[in-house]
Design a protein around this ligand. Structure first.
Ligand code: SAM
Length: 289
């Protein structure tokens, strides 16, 4: 079987099986060869790779990954797609489909059992309604993932990739860039999917750094400081940091001074390094339990 990524090939498969798209499961299937190629290039897909795919749909991207990678494990929630995938992936014995909800999968266990203990890459055209929970699951749980190359809603990619001082820069930018170098891999306007969604998409590459770039004394306090810093976007840090709840105004003044950050600045202007330095000063003032 050849590629499935043309409009007619996808339509044939869908019609043959009488498949009905589910909007609530974010089912918009990709029908563009160039974007598929960009995803594979963005992921630097090569022979020895172990891949996890979330939401294979009818197997369009899965097939192309299966032709190159060592092993692909594809997790699909919709059981109506399973017989279709059995057929479209029939000739690839290095591809395994699991009928589960990704948010309920113990990915560490899966990597141990089916993917040689890693390292793994997450490559997917993600269902939009759970993009951020999926990406954060892979970054925050102890999963040996090196690269995440995913299709997400354009606005989400812009936020993940944003730099300080821009309107898109916020807690998601920092949550992702704390762990990864980010890269916009490709644009995928809405006409490249069936059915056509009412948003445009972007493929973003998140390359997990092997070394810690921003050493923090407490990740919990780091993320709390970031959240507080963005809690009231129009207010100065002197005001917004009060939402931490355990520092007096005078103590906030002190930590900002110690971190060499002007108290009149707003959170959205701080680099991740500045947030890291600030959070270490905040951490030193956390009341002992
Ligand atoms: N990979 C296919 C493509 O590129 O054409 C389909 C991508 S479509 C945007 C998202 C896929 O994720 C659908 O197949 C949908 O059924 C599946 N999905 C939705 N929620 C899921 C979940 N919680 N766990 C696993 N798969 C899910």
């Amino acid at each position: 079987m050849d590629r499935l990524s043309s409009h007619s090939a996808t339509k044939d498969v869908v019609q043959k099986h009488g498949f009905k798209f589910s909007k609530s499961l974010g089912q918009n299937f990709l029908i563009d060869d160039n974007v598929i190629d960009s995803i594979l290039q963005g992921a630097r897909l090569s022979k020895g790779d172990q891949i996890i795919e979330v939401g294979p749909g009818i197997g369009t991207l899965t097939r192309e990954m299966g032709k190159v990678a060592d092993k692909v494990v594809a997790i699909e929630i919709d059981r109506k797609l399973i017989p279709i995938l059995r057929e479209t992936l029939d000739d690839l014995d290095n591809v395994e489909v699991i009928n589960k909800d990704i948010l309920k999968v113990d990915v560490q266990e899966l990597v141990e059992e089916k993917l040689k203990g890693g390292p793994v890459k997450l490559i997917a055209n993600l269902p939009y309604y759970i993009t951020t929970p999926i990406v954060m699951k892979f970054l925050e749980e102890d999963i040996p993932v090196t690269d995440i190359v995913v299709m997400v809603q354009k606005e989400v990619a812009d936020r993940m990739n944003a730099v300080p001082g821009t309107k898109d820069y916020g807690t998601l930018s920092i949550a992702v860039q704390y762990y990864c170098d980010t890269e916009i891999v490709a644009k995928a306007p809405r006409h490249m999917f069936i059915p056509q969604p009412n948003v445009d998409s972007t493929v973003i590459g998140l390359h997990v750094r092997p070394e810690i770039k921003y050493p923090v004394d407490s990740e919990e306090i780091f993320f709390k400081t970031v959240k507080a810093g963005f809690s009231q976007r129009r207010k100065t840090l002197l005001n917004s940091l009060s939402t931490l709840g355990f520092l007096s105004k005078e103590e906030i003044r002190e930590v900002l001074l110690e971190a060499n950050i002007d108290e009149k600045r707003r959170g959205e202007t701080l680099s991740i390094q500045e947030f890291a330095t600030l959070s270490n000063k905040v951490n030193a003032k956390v009341p002992s339990k």
